[in-house]
Design a protein around this ligand. Structure first.
Ligand SMILES: [Zn+2]
Length: 344
C-alpha cells in the first residue's frame, strides 16, 4: 500500500535531496527512489555496498537546466558559474606600456600607473583561487563557464517549447514527493521519494498528467525506448503515480518526459509512456518493492555471481543483444538507413 506523506516545493526539495544519504543503504530508514529499486533489482549486493555519491543534490536531483528554467533562485543558491575572464590590476608604464612589479619603468624613467587588464580565468591566479574559495564556503558548486552556458541553453529549450512550457505552467514545477510503501507480508514501511518536474493542478484540464525532465545522450525515439527499459524509467513513472493516486483528489493516468540531450545543440524531445509500459512499470515496481522489503527485513543482499563449481556455472555467456541483429526495422534496429531511404 502506498501513501503520499508530503509534497515539497523546489527549495525544500533541494534540501531534502541533500539529506537522502543521511541513513545508510540497507537501513529501514533509508528513503529510496525507483532508481534505487532498479539498481537493487540488478544486483542487491552491489546496490547496498556501493558508496553514496559525494553530492546527492547533483546525483539525485533534477538536471541543472530544470533549475535554471523554473527555479532560477534555487539554481543560484546551489551553483555558481566560473567567469571566463577576470580583471587584474597591473602597473603599466604610460609611455612604452611595459608591465611589471617595479614602481618605475627603467627604460623611460616614468612611474608606472595602476591599470585594469582583462585576463583569461586561471586557477593559478590568486584572485581566481579566492573567488572559488568564497563560493565553496557559501556551499556553492562551481561550474565552468561552458557547462553553465550549456545548461542555460537547455533551460531556454525547456522554456521555449510551447508544450513543455504549458505543462510546467499548469501547476507548480519541480516538486519532490515523499511517501511510503507498506509491505502486506511483513508490514515493513519503506520510505520513498520521487521527483515531479511537471505536476499540473489535479483539478485542472491537465490534471491527469505528471512527468519529469531528464537528460540523455540520445533522445531519438528508439534510443529513448531502450533508455526507459534500461534505466527502469517506467518504474519511476509507476511509483510517482502510485504515490499521487494514493490521495483521493488525484487521478493521474499519463506520464511524460521532456528529454533534453546532454550535448549541444541540446535537442529537446517530448515522450509519453504507453499504457502497456505503465502497466509493466507497476508490475515490476510491486515485485521489486516486495523483494526489497524482504531483503531489508532479513538483511540479505545477494550477489549475481553464482557459486557453482563447474565451468558453465562459473562463467556465464555474454551474447549479442537481439536488437543488434534482428531488431525492429530492416537494419537491425538502426534507424538512419530507413530514414535516409525515405528521404526524411
Ligand atoms: Zn616605459
Amino acid at each position: 500500500m502506498f501513501r503520499l506523506t508530503n509534497v515539497l516545493h523546489a527549495g525544500a526539495g533541494a534540501l531534502e535531496l541533500q539529506n537522502l544519504t543521511a541513513n545508510a543503504k540497507g537501513s529501514t530508514q533509508r528513503r529510496i527512489s525507483a532508481a534505487d529499486l532498479v539498481d537493487f533489482g540488478l544486483c542487491p549486493h552491489r546496490w547496498v555496498t556501493a558508496p553514496d555519491p559525494e553530492d546527492p543534490l547533483v546525483a539525485f536531483g533534477p538536471p541543472l537546466p530544470e533549475w535554471l528554467a523554473w527555479a532560477p533562485t534555487i539554481g543560484q543558491n546551489f551553483f555558481a558559474a566560473r567567469p571566463a575572464t577576470y580583471e587584474a590590476r597591473v602597473l603599466k608604464c604610460p609611455n612604452c606600456g611595459s608591465k611589471g612589479p617595479a614602481a618605475s619603468c627603467t627604460k623611460c624613467g616614468l612611474r608606472r600607473q595602476n591599470t585594469l587588464v582583462v585576463r583569461n580565468w586561471s586557477t593559478g591566479a590568486n584572485y581566481c583561487q579566492q573567488w572559488e574559495e568564497q563560493k565553496q564556503a557559501l556551499g556553492l558548486r562551481v561550474l565552468s563557464a561552458r557547462t553553465w552556458e550549456s545548461a542555460r541553453l537547455g533551460a531556454d529549450k525547456l522554456n521555449g517549447d510551447p508544450h513543455v512550457h504549458a505543462l510546467m505552467a499548469a501547476g507548480s514545477p519541480s516538486q519532490m514527493l515523499l511517501g511510503t510503501y507498506t509491505d502486506p507480508i511483513n508490514g515493513l514501511v519503506v520510505p520513498l521519494w520521487a521527483w515531479a518536474s511537471f505536476l499540473p493542478e489535479a483539478e485542472g484540464p491537465k490534471g491527469q498528467l505528471v512527468g519529469r525532465v531528464l537528460e540523455t545522450a540520445n533522445a531519438d525515439p528508439a534510443q529513448w525506448e531502450r533508455s526507459v527499459l534500461g534505466r527502469g524509467l517506467h518504474l519511476e513513472a509507476a511509483l510517482t503515480m502510485s504515490l499521487l493516486n494514493s490521495e483521493p483528489s488525484n487521478n493521474r493516468s499519463k506520464y511524460v518526459w521532456a528529454v533534453l540531450e546532454k550535448a549541444e545543440p541540446r535537442l529537446l524531445a517530448r515522450r509519453l509512456l504507453s499504457n502497456e509500459g505503465l502497466t509493466e512499470g507497476h508490475t515490476r515496481l510491486q515485485e521489486l518493492l516486495a523483494t526489497y522489503a524482504q531483503a531489508c527485513a532479513a538483511g540479505t543482499w545477494p550477489n549475481f555471481e553464482r557459486v557453482g563449481a563447474d565451468f558453465q556455472d562459473a562463467w556465464r555467456t555474454a551474447d549479442i543483444a537481439d536488437w543488434l541483429t534482428g531488431g525492429a526495422g530492416d537494419h537491425g534496429g538502426y534507424l538512419a538507413p530507413d530514414l535516409v531511404e525515405q528521404g526524411v
